[in-house]
Design a protein around this ligand. Structure first.
Ligand code: NG6
Ligand code: CA
Length: 514
């Protein structure tokens, strides 16, 4: 207890002397006496237009909207990539994922892709005296090659800066369908060991391909291997019967674990990365949310997500932590409607626009691939409103390092910018440029966006997403043409040249942090 108090005081001093003295009015500075907690709520596949405060009208998201009305809502904020693994890799390391091989969408038995010892977002927070946790979807690999799921699972989150973890190891639609708490599968019976395979089948459990009659949720593409809880998955799994999750309970389970972590750490500074499964496939919300959106399971999963957010906000309020906690809400990539299961998401859209005014979606180089909801609330410290500043989740490491008064070494978080002043609403601008990552790279600078030419299909025909690939350079003026409808490359060859050169420079330099 005593050492906590001391470290808190030291923190207050260092922040007050660095970031805070420049940024917070003294009236506000006086109010807080402890390190503010950070709760990062990270939704999965939630699109720019998928919540009320970003324009959705078909259903209500009162809790997410509450963060927006009490906080700062960003309109030009991005995930680092248009899919999960590279976005999360970039967010936790501060390095663009396209710089490193093996950071694409991972199978469920991939090894950990973040090297222990690296300066990661959780390591930064831990160093600053925070207790750190990740609860929910991980999808950054676990263990070394040939991981034994029945023994200690390492290396993992505990080896890159987290003090506690409760994980969906990969995704809801990939095996293994069990939770991992710290280093162990939860509820595993040693007499029924788990085996996992991506490639050759293991065990003799039914698959969706051979036994569709056993399914309660049918695949539309892929997702036809081992059946768990009546849903066929990507990959094969046998054993671990007592440990298998029930999809319908997943949101409740991980929300409870998150709330429990907050409760346990209420009297010391904490950093919680709450990584939801919603609204990724398979969308199987708890029965109490079924039919609540009128849009089928995809909409119901959004309503469930909003409920989870409400639970976290309520927990903070109940413990009197609201004022001393910065809540960040965002999503790992843009939206997808049909991502592999026949859940009637397409048929039941009813005019709802998951991408809002943007073009494309998950997997796409168009802006809906990475421009996502992004809201920051810190009552009394951040003035409610909206911000058009260009920001990216990759900026969390450098920004939270600045927040805690930690100095980064030159090679740490090499693409992470300190955007703290913009996060706190003290400045209207942040990044000058940002590289977006999908099947090709794009660069945004000011209101211009250049998409690097790349051969490939125009559409992901399974998900019905425009991928944004073209053999010709594409240039869009996002100020006049947010929907990226008019390619102006031929009209402005000089801008194309400038942006293409800047992108090359950022690639070749191996880093971009100022
Ligand atoms: C794709 C899956 C998709 C989803 C995605 C990862 C198929 C046909 N599609 O390969 O359903 O799981 O990977 O999503 O298997 S992400 O949000 O984790 O990046
Ligand atoms: Ca995702």
């Amino acid at each position: 207890m005593k050492s906590q108090q001391i470290s808190r005081r030291t923190f207050v001093k260092s922040v007050a002397l660095t970031a805070a003295s420049a940024l917070y009015p003294s009236r506000l500075r006086a109010a807080g006496n402890a390190k503010p907690n950070i709760v990062l709520i990270y939704a999965d596949d939630l699109g720019y237009g998928d919540v009320g405060c970003y324009g959705a009208t078909n259903f209500k998201t009162p809790n997410i909207d509450r963060i927006a009305s009490e906080g700062l809502r960003f309109t030009n904020a991005h995930s680092a990539s248009a899919t999960c693994t590279p976005s999360r890799y970039a967010m936790l390391t501060g390095q663009y994922a396209w710089r490193k091989k093996g950071t694409g969408i991972l199978p469920g038995n991939a090894r950990l892709i973040i090297e222990p010892g690296r300066t990661t977002l959780p390591a930064i927070m831990k160093k600053a005296g925070y207790t750190t946790a990740v609860v929910g979807k991980w999808h950054l690999g676990l263990g070394d090659r040939n991981l034994d799921w029945n023994a200690d699972i390492k290396p993992g989150p505990l080896d890159i800066g987290f003090d506690y973890c409760f994980l969906i190891p990969a995704t809801g639609d990939r095996v293994p369908c069990v939770y991992v708490e710290n280093r162990r599968v939860v509820g595993l019976d040693p007499a029924d060991p788990i085996q996992v395979s991506f490639g050759k089948p293991v065990g003799n459990e039914p698959t969706g391909r051979e036994h569709p009659e056993l399914l309660k949720m049918h695949p539309s593409h892929g997702h036809n291997q081992t059946i768990i809880n009546g849903i066929s998955r990507i990959g094969y799994m046998s054993g671990g019967k007592s440990a298998r999750w029930v999809d319908e309970d997943m949101a409740d389970t991980i929300t409870e674990k998150s709330a429990g972590f907050i409760e346990l750490n209420k009297s010391r500074p904490f950093f919680l990365y709450f990584s939801t499964h919603d609204i990724h496939v398979p969308r199987v919300p708890h029965p109490r949310f079924a039919g609540k959106s009128g849009l089928g399971p995809r909409g119901d999963a959004i309503v469930q997500l909003d409920w989870c957010v409400g639970k976290i906000l309520d927990t903070l309020r109940r413990l009197d932590l609201t004022e001393n906690t910065m809540v960040i809400f965002t999503s790992d990539n843009g939206p997808v409607v049909n991502d592999g299961y026949k859940d009637r998401a397409v048929e039941m859209l009813d005019g709802h626009k998951p991408s809002g005014p943007l073009r494309g979606g998950k997997y796409s180089a168009f802006d809906a691939g990475t421009r996502v909801p992004f809201i920051v609330r810190w009552p009394g410290r951040i003035k409610p409103g909206t911000s058009e500043a260009l920001v990216c989740q990759i900026d969390f490491p450098a920004s939270l390092a600045a927040f805690t008064g930690l100095k980064l070494a030159r090679d740490d978080a090499p693409d992470s910018f300190n955007i703290l002043p913009a996060l706190l609403g003290r400045t209207k601008t942040a990044r000058e440029n940002l590289v977006e990552h999908a099947r090709t790279l794009s660069i945004i600078k000011g209101h211009w966006k250049f998409i690097q030419p790349r051969k490939g299909p125009k559409m992901n025909v399974n998900t019905n997403t425009e991928l944004g690939l073209d053999l010709r350079p594409q240039l869009y003026n996002l100020k006049d043409d947010l929907g990226e409808k008019r390619n102006l490359a031929a009209d402005h060859p000089e801008i194309v040249k400038e942006l293409a050169a800047l992108l090359e420079e950022i690639k070749n330099d191996g880093r971009s942090r100022p």
